[in-house]
Design a protein around this ligand. Structure first.
Ligand code: 5AD
Ligand code: SF4
Length: 505
């Protein structure tokens, strides 16, 4: 099947990110030195594909390897070891990694032919788990295959493969590993926003999804280690955390007989700083409780933005997808979210062309989008993944051309909705966290609203990355709000309850 272009960059799908260590913040967590300079004389370059979880995992890998004496290279050409942290969610994602592997492998062979240092190449993450020995035996592309629960074993595996000249593999999945005790090395960080992983794996077994096979069973990280990591980020000047998991809102741990669920965890995180915005990704509608919605309502630093992947608008397709809710349940949930959290911004994931999808079923996705009017959507053509329930039980019978046409309709409708949502914000003042300069011009800054809308505005004197600013929105496109700086502010100042004048509030 031909892969089909996605509409947008998934919140949990980033372009390859290289291992440039954080140089932006004042982070006091262990940090590697770029280029050579580790204590074992070897440097590793990590390239990340796929979701935000993979970005967070690469930061753990950097922590483990810098602890073992490796320098973290920000340039592939400075490295003795190239690790690709991979994604298997769609065929297209795997194809990209294969292309890269072939390229790095060719360099290794060139280097060897010229008598240069031996390059070690490793595949980490979801593709490692899915393809295992195939990468080693059939394709002979790599020296190292390491699954997402085996990163602590990386130093040993690298040493073994270097000593023996043979490939080394560990794709053991774990029911316990959460890497709770590790301090991630922030790679490619802007010093303002960081990811904090709180749970791993997924037990949901949606019919289309390979994640439960590549990342294993769901497990949650202890509360104290999460609060400690966020506390260190606050101390280091970070202003936003995105709490991550394959299914964050099913987070649950038992603390001495007292369960802590996701709503409680988020509440506790929000007590750490009045200046720290909190987001999370990605969630399942079945776990979006009223308690969680009330945390959004009551805690001003918990952003009023919920990524609530619906996947499809038709109840029969949802059942085939094994999503465990109906269209009506989902629409009820949206109504509840909007009643409890006024102004909440919603985003979603949608799959076009799932097995057996009829024209009428597809029309239900469009009508659900009309009913909800998402602020953002990440849309995909269905890509059959080996071993999933759908691959085993259903025919991938929607022709590519039909998938593509349906996806285009979804994309066009979402653009209309995004533009309408942006247009409705013109004239408003928004509180923006400055993330850096605009991609187009150093004379402009960019940042996000609480509802995750991107705002670009002319840079005033004295406003820096990591500051909060009130910005008046003057204009928009379907992707960006364009504004004018009004004043510098703090989150606490903007979210404080109104002070009663001359009486009791
Ligand atoms: N084909 C297309 N899209 C998929 N997703 C997950 N598996 C597949 C697949 N086999 C999408 C879902 C999910 C997002 C992360 O990727 O929409 O929410
Ligand atoms: Fe995949 Fe479903 Fe788990 Fe999300 S909830 S990771 S779509 S199985």
């Amino acid at each position: 099947m031909q892969p089909i272009a996605d509409l947008d960059v998934l919140p949990d799908a980033v372009a390859p990110v290289s291992s440039a260590p954080d140089t932006a913040g004042t982070l006091d967590l262990p940090r590697p030195v770029a280029g050579r300079g580790g204590t074992n004389g070897r440097a590793v370059y990590i390239e990340t594909y796929g979701c935000q979880m993979n970005v967070a995992d690469s930061e753990l890998v950097a922590s483990i390897l810098s602890g073992a004496g490796y320098a973290i290279a920000s340039d592939e050409m400075d490295a003795d070891v190239v690790l690709l942290n991979t994604c298997a969610i769609r065929e297209k994602a795997e194809d990209r990694v294969r292309g890269r592997l072939t390229h790095v492998r060719a360099r290794k062979e060139r280097q060897a032919a010229e008598g240069g240092a031996a390059l070690q190449i490793g595949v980490l993450g979801c593709m490692a788990e899915r393809l295992r020995s195939k990468l080693l035996e059939q394709e002979r592309l790599v020296d190292l295959v390491v699954g997402p629960d085996a990163y602590r074993d990386l130093p040993r595996l690298l040493a073994e493969s270097e000593a023996t000249g043979q490939a080394a593999v560990n794709v053991q999945l774990s029911r316990e590993e959460t890497y709770a005790d590790l301090a991630p090395v922030r790679l490619d960080s802007n010093g303002v926003s960081a990811f904090v992983s709180i749970m791993r794996g997924c037990d949901n077994m949606c019919a289309f999804c390979v994640v439960p096979f590549t990342r294993g069973r769901e497990r949650s990280r202890p509360v104290a280690s999460i609060l400690s990591e966020v506390g260190q980020l606050v101390d280091a000047g970070y202003k936003e955390v995105t709490v991550l998991g394959q299914n964050v809102n099913s987070y649950r741990v038992d603390q001495g007989g007292a369960p802590v669920d996701f709503a409680e965890l988020l509440y506790r995180i929000s007590l750490l700083s009045p200046e720290l915005r909190i987001r999370y990704s990605t969630s399942h509608p079945k776990d979006c409780s009223d308690e969680l919605l009330h945390v959004h309502r009551e805690r001003p630093t918990v952003c009023d933005f919920i990524h609530l992947p619906v996947q499809h608008g038709n109840t029969d397709v949802l059942a085939r997808m094994r999503r465990t809710y109906t269209r009506e349940h989902y629409l009820d949930l949206v109504e509840r979210a909007r009643a409890i959290v006024p102004g909440v911004s919603l985003s979603t994931d949608i799959i076009a062309g799932f097995c057996g999808e009829t024209d009428a079923e597809h029309a239900d996705t469009l009508s659900l989008m009309e009913a909800v009017r998402y602020d953002h959507a990440f849309t995909f053509a269905y890509s059959e993944r080996p071993d999933t329930y759908a691959a085993r039980k259903y025919a991938d019978d929607v022709p590519d051309s039909v998938k593509r046409a349906r996806l285009s309709e979804i994309v066009a409708l979402q653009r209309e909705h995004a533009l309408a949502s942006h247009t409705a914000r013109v004239g408003r003042e928004e509180v923006v966290l400055v993330e850096g300069t605009s991609k187009r011009s150093d004379a402009q800054l960019r940042g996000r609203t609480d509802t995750s809308h991107m705002v670009v505005f002319d840079r005033p004197a004295g406003l820096e990355r990591g500051d909060y600013a009130v910005v008046r929105v003057d204009d928009c496109t379907s992707a960006t709000l364009l504004g004018t700086f009004v004043r510098k502010t703090t989150l606490a100042a903007e979210t404080a309850p109104p002070v009663a004048v001359g009486g009791v509030a």
